[in-house]
Design a protein around this ligand. Structure first.
Ligand code: THU
Length: 130
């Protein structure tokens, strides 16, 4: 199964009654595994989670810790790029060269790297004592 087909399939299960904006995300782990997630909203709006967060949680639950490729898909006029929080979440497990493909149901595609999406990322170096 391709990452795109997995993202399209899991998007169908999104719980998005408030925004009506369903998102699917799929991740390829370094060992070859495929992990997917959808956005899960909540009546207490800030408690909702993004599709990327769900895919990352599934990856960690399976014991994988490195991301080599990401696909995000939504039914939007232009490809949806991950929110700021999800960019930081992806950077936790993906190097700056990892490609993130943003796709629409209509067929638009845009690929950027994690480093392009999150330049100057907060990382382990920033925690080093002076
Ligand atoms: N959303 C995602 O799941 N991923 C993104 O990359 C962008 C936004 C979700 C959050 C919320 O459930 C809905 O899309 C509208 O913002």
């Amino acid at each position: 199964m391709t990452l795109l087909s997995a993202a399209l399939a899991v998007r169908e299960n999104a719980h998005a009654p408030y925004s009506r904006f369903k998102v699917g995300a799929a991740i390829r782990g370094a060992a070859g595994g495929l992990f997917s997630g959808c956005n899960v909203e909540n009546i207490s709006y800030p408690e909702g989670t993004c599709a990327e967060a769900g895919a990352i949680a599934a990856m960690c639950a399976a014991g994988e810790t490195r991301i080599v490729e990401v696909v995000v898909v939504a039914d939007s006029p232009v490809p949806v790029s991950p929110c700021g929080g999800c960019r930081q979440k992806l950077a936790e497990f993906a190097g700056p060269d990892v490609p993130v493909t943003m796709a629409t149901i209509a067929g638009a595609r845009k690929t950027m790297t994690v480093g392009e999406l999150l330049p100057g990322a907060f990382g382990p170096d920033h925690l080093e004592a002076e």
